[in-house]
Design a protein around this ligand. Structure first.
Ligand SMILES: [Zn+2]
Length: 257
């Protein structure tokens, strides 16, 4: 496999990979996936995530507090994150953000937690990996306070107009399995019009499998189907998309492949 692709968002530390993590890693390698960015979800996950990233070449950790796990976060977790970022290698702060799609979201709590993580990303000069559902406008507003920050909105689901405002801010967007759903017309139109320099590939594994694996476990080895679909929609070669999206990830996360 000559094409090198990067999975810019993979929860490879998830327990669903515990039974066959080695095999999943080798399948990813065989599929040309040369690097994985592994974002965290809760403070409890950090040590296992760190250990796994140290065990496999090409895995890069990010540390953060995910907005869908508000009940598990404690006020002291921000100080703990500060400490973690000060002494552990990390390529980004995340996964953090706002999720106003879930039922009865704690908007104030999420906003405070997210803002604190944006401040830490600025402090450590790291990019942010942002989760935003029904909240892209709120994210754009909060980013105004951090003009030097760069990062990615993962599994992007905002509008084209918002995408262009993000690009102006130096942000990227990553896309995964949902792109392969036949009814994802709005998403197809969006990715056909974005500059390739602003796009990265992601699996979000073990979640968000492609259309052929819906309901099953996703894994980074399946990232090729996302690449294939992008090539079709954009009428560009897979090679060119692989080359540029890989360059985008290398640049944003300052990694070597
Ligand atoms: Zn995620």
């Amino acid at each position: 496999m000559s094409m090198k692709i990067i999975d810019s968002h993979c929860h490879f530390d998830d327990a669903r990979f515990d039974p066959d993590r080695d095999a999943a890693y080798h399948r990813a390698q065989a599929a040309g996936v040369v690097a994985l960015i592994v974002p965290a979800v809760t403070r409890e996950s950090w040590s296992k995530l760190q250990r796994i990233c140290r065990s496999y070449a090409g895995l890069h950790p990010a540390y953060g507090l995910h907005p869908m796990f508000m009940q598990q976060h404690r006020a002291s977790d921000i100080d703990a994150l500060d400490l973690q970022l000060s002494r552990a290698e990390a390529v980004a702060v995340g996964e953090c953000g706002l999720d106003f799609y879930i039922e009865q979201p704690d908007r104030a709590g999420q906003t405070a937690l997210f803002t604190a993580q944006l401040a830490l990303a600025e402090k450590y000069n790291l990019p942010v990996i942002i989760h935003a559902r029904k909240a892209v406008e709120e994210v754009l507003n909060l980013l105004r306070r951090f003009p030097r920050l760069r990062g990615v909105l993962h599994s992007y689901s905002g509008s084209e107009q918002q995408a262009h405002r993000l690009i102006e801010r130096g942000f990227l967007m990553s896309f995964g399995g949902p792109l392969t759903y036949p009814n994802a017309k709005r998403l197809h139109k969006l990715v056909s019009r974005l500059p390739l320099e602003s796009i990265m590939l992601e699996s979000d594994a073990p979640d968000q499998p492609d259309a052929d694996h819906r309901g099953g476990r996703n894994e980074p080895a399946l990232l090729g189907s996302v690449l294939q679909l992008l090539a079709e929609i954009r009428s560009e070669s897979s090679e060119e998309i692989a080359r540029q999206t890989t360059a985008n990830a290398v640049n944003l996360f300052a990694i070597e492949i």
